[in-house]
Ligand binder design. Structure first.
Ligand SMILES: Nc1nc2c(ncn2[C@@H]2O[C@H](COP(=O)(O)OP(=O)(O)OP(=O)(O)O)[C@@H](O)[C@H]2O)c(=O)[nH]1
Ligand SMILES: [Mg+2]
Length: 380
């Protein structure tokens, strides 16, 4: 052997590792490796702490898994959407790691070599959070966290985090807390320590970590209480709707993918100032506004009410669907639905499919969706 090379990771985002110039065996044998390793580890630690101090946002490594049943386009669109979700939640995606597999690995989602690659990449870029572009089982999260040493969250957790940040009204907060607790309940074991160790950030806002560490049973009691409160909310909204029906005012619910332009449309039509912004899930609470329609021929005016509500997303997390049932009932109970589509979005067709699929999961909505088409060809 004539020459050797010394290679190691470096704690700088610009370069991942360095490889030394060719060294002779003599030089290599004189190298104090313990000293070198300790020096590097110290540097990594310093860099990591510095990043933690100046960053009030999560430094995210995003992992995308492309399986057989997904086209490249669907996969890339989905990944771009998760990136947007992370951004909305206040995180910064530093690097994206992708893998193609026929099916997710049962224990770790991605293969063994990929887990190592993720671990290395996370250390190199100083990521404090790994986000997967899909949902993970509690065991998968545990295995991945143990192997990578960094907190791991799935897509649902990012969405729940956005909801937690957006919730303004009492009803919104109530429903978000219920969704979060229902999601976290099966994930409580073994997760509490990782949570308290790593502090705030995506997936930890909302009910708060002390609550997460309390006994399962007390959380179950809280879930039961919240369920009752959501039931009351549902009953309250139902009474309001009945009053409207009593006055025979037809209601139209504005539905569509998140960020499609629902609130903007409501604002324009009814001259209102509902919060509308280029953000995912800008609207959580339903808003109802009256609209007067004038028949162009007879000049007769008809009053209707338009309801703007929470937007949909591909694979809307089931815990959110359940917790937001009082809100979503505004949709299922409306006389007609107005589906807003953002045609400028590259994935608008799949967004339509996602919305229709969510609507078809809502018991009464299927009949109403038919109603929409009727209305399109009719006067509306
Ligand atoms: N160019 C253009 N932008 C629009 C139009 N309608 C809405 N927008 C913009 O699209 C963004 C999203 O609009 P919102 O009305 O908040 O969308 P939303 O469907 O209520 O979204 P969420 O409540 O977040 O689910 C905003 O920045 C709007 O200004 C439109 O017709 N043309
Ligand atoms: Mg809106």
């Amino acid at each position: 052997m004539k020459e050797c090379y010394l290679a190691h990771l470096v704690p700088h985002p610009e370069a991942t590792w360095t490889v030394s110039p060719p060294l002779s065996l003599d030089v290599i044998t004189q190298q104090d490796f313990v000293d070198l390793t300790e020096g590097l580890e110290e540097e990594f630690r310093r860099e990591y702490v510095a990043q933690q101090v100046d960053a009030d946002h999560d430094r995210v490594l995003l992992v995308g898994l492309m399986t057989h049943n997904k086209s490249t386009q669907r996969f890339e669109d989905g990944l771009a959407e998760v990136e947007r979700l992370i951004d909305t939640a206040g995180g910064e995606v530093l690097q994206v790691v992708k893998q193609k597999r026929s099916a997710p690995h049962p224990q770790t989602v991605v293969g063994e070599g990929k887990v190592q690659e993720i671990t290395l990449a996370a250390q190199t870029v100083g990521a404090n959070l790994i986000v997967f572009d899909r949902d993970l089982s509690p065991a998968q999260v545990r295995n991945l966290e143990n192997q990578i040493g960094v907190r791991v969250v799935d897509r649902t957790e990012v969405i729940l985090d956005i909801f937690a940040q957006r919730a303004q009204s009492g009803a919104g907060k109530l429903q978000v807390e219920l969704a979060q607790l229902e999601y976290m309940m099966p994930r409580l074991t073994g997760r509490g320590r990782a949570m308290s160790r790593l502090g705030g950030g995506i997936g930890t806002r909302g009910p708060g970590e002390t609550k997460l560490e309390t006994e399962r049973r007390s959380i179950q009691r809280r879930i039961t209480r919240l369920q009752q409160e959501v039931n009351q909310l549902q009953a309250h909204r139902s009474r309001l709707r009945q009053q409207r029906q009593h006055h025979e005012v037809p209601s139209i619910a504005v539905v569509g993918y998140t960020n499609a332009g629902k609130s903007t449309l409501l604002n324009v039509l009814t001259n209102s100032e509902v919060y509308a912004a280029d953000q995912l899930f800008a609207t959580l609470d339903p808003t109802t506004r009256r609209l007067m329609l004038i028949d162009p021929i007879t000049q007769e005016s008809t009053a209707i009410v338009l309801t703007d509500t929470v937007g949909f997303i591909h694979e809307l997390p089931p815990s959110l669907m359940d917790a937001f049932r009082a809100t979503l009932e505004e949709v299922t109970e409306a006389d007609a639905l107005l589906h807003v589509v953002d045609l400028s979005h590259p994935a608008w067709q799949s967004q339509i499919r996602s919305v229709m699929s969510i609507l078809s999961d809502m018991p009464i909505a299927l009949a109403r969706a038919g109603c929409l088409q009727q209305n399109r060809s009719g006067r509306w």
